[in-house]
Design a protein around this ligand. Sequence first.
Ligand code: FES
Length: 197
Amino acid sequence: MSDTLKKDRRRLLIATSAAGAVGAAATAIPFVASLTPSERARAAGAPVEADVSKLAAGEMMTVEWRGKPVWILRRTAEMLASLEGHEPRLVDPASAEPQQPDYAANRHRSINPEYLVVIGICTHLGCSPSEKFAPGAASGIGEDWPGGFLCPCHGSIFDLAGRVFLSQPAPTNLEIPPHKWLSGSLVLIGEDDSTTA
Ligand code: FES
């Protein structure tokens, strides 16, 4: 999928999320009634499979789960290295807050260090942050920027593990959804061994 398509898709998801947040009560019944049974199960929160086999290192894809955009970022070795060295500038560097599964309570916040699976919704007021993967001054954020995400609404910044920096409007890291890998290239979002036990 091209960058333009990905951005359009993300905008659509954001618009859908925002509309859902504002008018869920008014629109839920006619919307659900118009869905097929499998679409209804999906809208109600059924797990979603994502095939990452075509995702190149450094690329990110978005899948929808429970009406939310879930990002899957395949990090390069440089991106993984960028997660070290700025922990004192982070709110919750070790992901101690109980906002993610235990398997995400590590520096890379993921099961497989290469792949970040994270809900692409800012923990401040729910906007969708933008990609700011390039490190350094070219990002427009600062010389010491390690690469990550910028929420355009009120300026919250997150690193490439979705960890929020200190003194930002967003109080916590981006949320990690329950998920598990079914194979080396297939990830199931919305279910893990704790939810199936
Ligand atoms: S919604 Fe992200 S900074 Fe406000």
